[in-house]
Design a protein around this ligand. Structure first.
Ligand code: NAP
Length: 281
C-alpha cells in the first residue's frame, strides 16, 4: 500500500482499474512509471461486478479518483454512465479508460492506440498507411484494432469464424473486405497479419487459424494474445522468416497512453516495459 507521508507533498492522485478478476499488471507498470518520474500518483486494482459499476463511478466523482482502466465485461456497460466520450471511443462503441476531468467522466479507448503504436514500432510512424492488412477476429479487441487500422490508412480485410460478424465490423469501420476463415488466404497478398482472437492462449494452444504456408519473409505478424506472449503462431511465423510482434507490446502502449491521459506527461516506456516483464509476463 502507498501512503502520502510527507505533509508538504501534493495529495496523491489515485488511479486504478475496475475488473472482474484484478491482476497486478497495470499496477506494476503505472506505479513504476509514477515512481520513475517522482509523481504523486498511486494505482490500485479494484475488483468490480456489473451491479456495482454505477456506484463505483459515483465514488470516482465523489473522491476525485483521477482515472480507471476498464476491462471486459464493463467496456460497453459503462458507456451510458459517462459524461462524454472521446470521438474514437464513441465510434468504437467501447471504453477501456475513464479520466475524471474536474468531476466530468470522459471515456477513452486506448486499445486501438496500443495496437497502432505496437505496429508502428516495426513499420515506422505512419507506416500503416497504404499497407494491406488482414485482421483475424471480430470480437471486442478486434473491433478496437480494426478502427485503429482503418484510421491509420490500412487497406483492411477482416476474417472471422462467423462471417456475419466480420461483415458488420467491416461496415462499421469502412474496412476494404471481409470473409469467413477461408478468406485467410488473403494473407498471401498482405503486408501485415494481426491475430485478434483468443486462439493461442493456453486453453486454445493446440488450435491454429493461420496455416504455416501463408507465413513468410516480408510479412509482419502481430498476435494480440499476451498470455503466453510467445504464441504458437508467432513461433511458426518467426521460423518462416516473418517479423513478429507479441501482445505485450500492445498492452504496454495502451498503458502508456493511459499514463499520458492521467498525468499529462510522456510515458517512460522502458520503465513500464521493465515492470511488465517482471514475474515473467
Ligand atoms: P472476444 O470478444 O471473445 O472475441 C472472440 C473472437 O475470436 C471472435 O471473433 C470469435 O469468432 C473468435 N474466436 C474465438 N475462438 C475461436 C476459435 N477457436 N477459432 C476461430 N475464431 C475464434 O475476445 P476479445 O476480448 O476480443 O479478446 C481476444 C484476445 O485478445 C484475448 O486473448 C485477449 O486477451 C486479447 N487482448 C489483448 C489485448 C492487448 O493489449 N494485447 C487487449 C485486449 C484483448 P466468432 O465471432 O466466430 O465467435
Amino acid at each position: 500500500m502507498r501512503f502520502c507521508t510527507d505533509p508538504n507533498a501534493l495529495p496523491i492522485a489515485l488511479c486504478g482499474s475496475l475488473s472482474l478478476h484484478p491482476v497486478s499488471t497495470g499496477a506494476r507498470m503505472h506505479n513504476a512509471a509514477y515512481d520513475a518520474l517522482g509523481l504523486p500518483f498511486a494505482y490500485v486494482p479494484f475488483a468490480m461486478t456489473p451491479e456495482r459499476l454505477p456506484d463505483a463511478l459515483v465514488c470516482m466523482r465523489a473522491l476525485g479518483i483521477r482515472g480507471f482502466g476498464i476491462s471486459m465485461p464493463f467496456k460497453v456497460q459503462i458507456l451510458p454512465l459517462l459524461d462524454e466520450l472521446d470521438p474514437t471511443a464513441a465510434r468504437i462503441g467501447a471504453v477501456n479508460t475513464v479520466v475524471n476531468e474536474q468531476g466530468r467522466l470522459i471515456g477513452h479507448n486506448c486499445d486501438w492506440i496500443g495496437a497502432v503504436r505496437a505496429l508502428e514500432e516495426v513499420l515506422g510512424t505512419g507506416g500503416i498507411r497504404g499497407r494491406k492488412v488482414v485482421l483475424v477476429g471480430a470480437g471486442g479487441a478486434a473491433r478496437a484494432v480494426a478502427f485503429g487500422l482503418v484510421q491509420s490508412g490500412a487497406e483492411l480485410t477482416i476474417v472471422n469464424r462467423t462471417e456475419s460478424k466480420a461483415r458488420k465490423l467491416a461496415q462499421d469501420t469502412g474496412a476494404h473486405a471481409f470473409g469467413d476463415l477461408a478468406a485467410i488466404d488473403e494473407v498471401r497478398q498482405a503486408d501485415v497479419l494481426v491475430q485478434a482472437t483468443p486462439v493461442g492462449m493456453k486453453a486454445h494452444a493446440a488450435e491454429t487459424i493461420v496455416p504455416k504456408h501463408l507465413l513468410r519473409e516480408g510479412l509482419c505478424v502481430m498476435d494480440i494474445v499476451y498470455d503466453p506472449p510467445d504464441t504458437p503462431l508467432l513461433q511458426v511465423a518467426r521460423e518462416q522468416g516473418a517479423r513478429t510482434i507479441n501482445g505485450l507490446r500492445m498492452l504496454l502502449h495502451q498503458a502508456a497512453r493511459q499514463f499520458e491521459l492521467y498525468t499529462g506527461k510522456p510515458a517512460p516506456l522502458e520503465v513500464m516495459h521493465a515492470a511488465l516483464a517482471e514475474n515473467g509476463s
